[in-house]
Design a protein around this ligand. Structure first.
Ligand code: ATP
Length: 897
């Protein structure tokens, strides 16, 4: 190969293919050898684009101070400093810094989770090396590699095309032109602008139709996209609706806090005639008490843990908000093949114009026979069958292989794999046939065609959805030769195979003249001779059947949207529990409907057959018009618009194309429907835990604020100093509330209907509970203070008891919060170990602030005589019991309603 500089200077689009191959010392059929590819990789580097420049760590750290809640803390620090309360100033600043550290740490953790997921989504490329088709990570592509292109692929590097079968590429990422450009292999003038270089395929653009083969001429930074340094970001959006709602809530709280603080100051100053300095300290205490500093950080950690859990369950979430949206999904529209079914196809039946055949054997192993009336069929007397099986083999892009453990496997589309296995079971021999041109399978057209050389003429073999081929066929092939087409006969055969749940593929051919060298859809409009049918079984996935049942219980409707025959779809639907197994709508019916008609049909029907990708898009729109949150699966390039439109677009990780994955919110690593149900379950768990955390944290702030306001209004002792308040807040929000992130799914979570997305974060019951618990803890602590003061207990001891009372009561309240409405003992009480670990940790922290002399000095606490511990524990237990009784009463009331 020429050196890198020289190679970069070549205008690849203007030279001949053979010249290009020579310059890159590669071969048009065998590609590079593994050894050569490795050498070139180590010489010229990997095929990766430079990472987007990240904001500096320092800047990202300081961004965490840019928050109104922190501003209030910082103002408090300044005021305390002016008043000469240095210890308070230092502690407040420490808290602000600790808070920023936690926020920074959380953000990194969330980003790390998304980074890891990005790696799971890394691109692959299909190349030919040493004459073999293999799949490699796109980063391992070397200059001179032969890359194969299929619909939906993201082009992995800059390529000079050497083969194009109706190849069309969407290049808007590079040229801004959204109409796909048709590609050829002929050289174009050297000065042709980028958008018109029809023999080139550029990195990160996408194949919208057809197939092709290209030589890698530039990788990584040297590609056109690398030169303009535009990195396609794979994982986006780190905020979610709930986080935004909480942030807004925080802002509103701050304004209310400021207003109340001012009012309290005015009241204390003019009516109670407090000392200004002391009063200011109390008002600062109030502001600090009311700020839920830890809340944003805790919420984002819960989401990040949710994303990681989903990834463990094979659901790769690309955008954080979809973790929440998943929890409110009401309809899941799923593909059939491979998602609900196993995608392990076996041909079971063959039908020609004269006879019916059974095929024995299972899976892709070519062990089996073709039987006619129970005995082995004689292919010599069945020329039609011979041509049908041969046609299925020729018009095919899959290949059959055996792994090291002697298991048969296929490469390519399983439907096509099943037809290769069928061919291998039969004595038919077409191995050496020369293929001239192909129209690859496309779920829009639902057929595939291949033009091959024959003796005196050329032949186009076609295979596809039989009803598609029926409408194109003019004749049929029988033992007596070509004869009149008997449409009725074929229709009845198709229906009976499909009604047994078999996937039906039709085969046909057309003879053309010897000089025909290219193939277009128009070539198939007339002169087609029908050959016969293959009935393929594709068993349902057991786990998908269970997941559909689970979805039903969770109030989620599962709809099957398939390209398959209506009878096949109904039969599989019946077997899996989708719809009633009787009602189904076809793509052609959808086409006749207005948008309004489709809205009610989308609700009424659960099975949609013979659909094409644009029907999917219309169905999503129809469901959304009825305010239904819907998830939609897809794999093909044309599914991308429907996935983008759906509330949760779900792409298949194995079968899916790069374009679909890019458009999706979630990627299924195993293509399995049950993974969607698992993700919905996790989504609901995360949302519940977010709510439980909010319900737990806010009463701490509420109780403290209540206590301070009441103390100022009644003119009693200030219950806590600002730094004591900060201690209480940090200890409760940073340690114990984290435990709720690990709370398990409550059993009835998947038994209740999906949450309406309109439900506000803090509904009426929530606000009531927060106020109720705040007043209970705040008011109770105030009474306890008064009682102790009356008994002549010293102020220091009372303050220390107050800290213990609030914190320990929150520890008890944590157990209340483990279920929002149900009894604390209703679930698996010991199921969440984190709750017990943090409770232990909390007690240690509380002991340290009470018995370590240094902590006594900083926080103004004293060493409590042992019997004073009785108050916080009894008080906490009391609150725990009262809240449980409240939940019981509320349950009774709501049961009656
Ligand atoms: P789903 O949309 O649920 O994945 P599907 O895979 O059956 O269902 P399509 O891929 O659109 O949907 O296939 C529709 C029909 O096209 C099939 O019923 C079959 O008759 C035919 N078909 C499928 N794959 C091929 C193929 N590789 N070549 C020719 N015809 C095919």
């Amino acid at each position: 190969m020429t050196n890198k500089k020289e190679q970069q200077d070549v205008l690849w689009h203007s030279i001949d293919i053979s010249e290009g191959l020579t310059k890159l010392t590669t071969n048009a059929t065998k590609g590079l050898s593994e050894q050569e590819a490795d050498d070139r990789l180590s010489r010229y580097g990997e095929n990766v684009l430079p990472e987007k420049k990240k904001e500096s760590k320092l800047l990202r750290f300081f961004k965490h101070f840019n928050d109104i809640l922190i501003y209030i803390l910082l103002i408090a620090a300044v005021v305390t400093a002016v008043l000469g309360h240095w210890v308070d100033t230092i502690v407040i600043i420490i808290v602000a810094v600790v808070n920023a550290c936690i926020g920074f740490f959380q953000e990194n953790k969330a980003e790390k989770a998304l980074e890891d997921i990005k790696k799971m989504l890394s691109h692959t490329a299909q190349v030919i090396r040493d004459g073999k088709r293999i799949e490699i990570s796109a980063s391992h592509l070397a200059i001179g590699d032969l890359a194969m292109l299929h619909p939906g692929d993201k082009i992995p590097a800059d390529l000079r095309l050497i083969k194009s079968d109706n190849l069309r590429i969407e290049e808007s990422a590079l040229t801004g032109e959204s109409v796909p450009s048709q590609k050829t292999v002929h050289p174009v003038p050297a000065d042709t602008p980028l958008g018109d270089r029809s023999n080139m395929a550029f990195s990160t653009t996408t194949v919208s139709a057809g197939t092709g083969l290209g030589i890698v001429v530039a990788t990584g930074q040297d590609t056109e996209i690398g030169k303009i340094n535009r990195m396609m970001s794979d994982v986006k959006l780190i905020t979610t609706p709930l986080l935004r709602q909480t942030a807004n809530f925080g802002k509103s709280v701050s304004f209310v806090i400021i207003a109340i603080a001012v009012l309290v100051f005015i009241f204390g100053h003019f009516y109670r005639h407090y000392d200004t300095g002391e009063l200011l300290m109390s008002v600062i205490g109030l502001a600090i008490a009311a700020i839920p500093e830890g809340l944003p950080a805790i919420l984002s950690i819960i989401l990040a843990i949710g994303v990681q859990n989903m990834a463990k369950r094979k659901a790769i979430v690309r955008t954080l908000p979809s973790v929440e949206t998943l929890g409110s999904v009401a309809v899941i529209c799923s593909d059939k093949t491979g998602t609900l079914t196993k995608n392990e196809m076996t041909v079971k039946t063959l039908v020609t114009a004269n006879s019916l055949f059974d095929v024995t054997g299972t899976g892709y192993s070519p062990a089996g026979e073709i039987l006619k009336d129970g005995t082995k069929a004689d292919l010599i007397s069945e020329p039609v069958l011979d041509t049908l099986i041969g046609g299925f083999y020729i018009c095919n892009e899959a290949s059959l292989g055996k792994d090291d453990d002697d298991n048969w496997y296929i490469k390519g589309d399983p439907t096509e794999g099943a037809l290769i296995t069928l061919y291998e079971k039969s004595p038919v021999d077409h191995h050496e046939t020369d293929r001239i041109a192909t129209i690859p399978f496309d779920s829009e057209y639902k057929y595939m065609a291949t033009l091959v050389e024959a003796d005196n003429e050329n032949i186009i073999y076609i295979k596809g959805a039989p009803d598609r081929l029926l409408s194109m066929a003019e004749k049929q092939y029988t033992i007596e030769g070509e004869s009149l087409f008997d449409k009725k006969y074929w229709e009845s055969k198709i229906t009976s195979l499909a009604a047994n749940g078999q996937r039906v593929i039709g085969g046909a051919y057309k003879k053309v003249s010897k000089d025909k060298k290219d193939l277009h859809h128009e070539d198939l409009y007339e002169g087609i001779t029908f050959l016969g049918l293959a009935g393929i079984i594709d068993p349902p996935r057991e786990e998908a059947i269970a997941a559909i049942k689970q979805c039903k219980e969770a109030g989620i409707t599962v709809k099957m949207i398939t390209g398959d025959h209506i009878e096949t779809a109904k039969s599989i639907g019946r077997e899996m529990g989708i719809g009633d197994g009787m009602k189904a709508l076809e793509g052609k019916d959808i086409e006749l409907m207005s948008d309004e008609e489709l809205e009610s049909a989308a609700l009424e029907y659960n099975i949609f057959a013979r659909t094409s990708p644009e029907h999917k898009l219309r169905l999503v729109k129809a469901l959304q018009a009825r305010n239904i949150i819907c998830a939609m699966t897809g794999d093909g390039v044309n599914d991308a618009p429907a996935l983008k439109k759906a509330d949760v677009g779900i792409a298949m990780g194995i079968k899916g194309t790069e374009v679909t994955k890019d458009a999706a919110e979630m990627v299924l690593a195993d293509d399995n429907f049950s993974t969607i149900a698992a993700a919905v379950e996790e989504g609901r768990r995360v949302y519940d835990n977010l709510k439980k955390t909010i319900l737990f944290i806010l009463p701490t702030n509420g109780a403290e604020s209540f206590l301070i306001i009441a103390s100022i209004l009644f003119g009693t002792l200030m219950p806590l100093t600002p730094i004591q308040i900060l201690w209480v807040n940090m200890v409760t929000s940073v340690t114990i509330s984290l435990a709720l992130a690990f709370e398990k799914l409550e059993p009835e979570t998947m038994k209740r209907p999906p949450r309406s997305p309109k439900t506000p974060l803090l509904d009426g019951y929530f606000i009531w509970r927060i106020l109720f618990v705040s007043i209970l803890i705040g008011g109770g602590t105030l009474l306890l203070n008064l009682y102790l003061l009356n008994k002549g207990v010293s102020e220091e001891i009372v303050k220390t008891v107050t800290i213990q009372t609030i914190v320990i009561t929150q520890m008890f309240h944590l157990f209340n919060s483990r279920s929002i409405r149900k009894s604390a003992f209703s679930g698996d009480f010991f199921g969440n170990k984190a709750v017990f670990v943090v409770s232990g940790l909390l007690i240690l922290l509380q002991l340290s602030i009470t018995y370590i002399p240094f902590m006594n000095n900083v926080f103004g606490t004293v060493m409590l005589p042992l019997h004073f511990w009785l108050y916080p524990f009894l008080f906490g237990l009391g609150i725990f019991i009262i809240v449980e009784i409240e939940k019981l009463v509320m349950r009774k009331i709501s049961n009656r309603l």
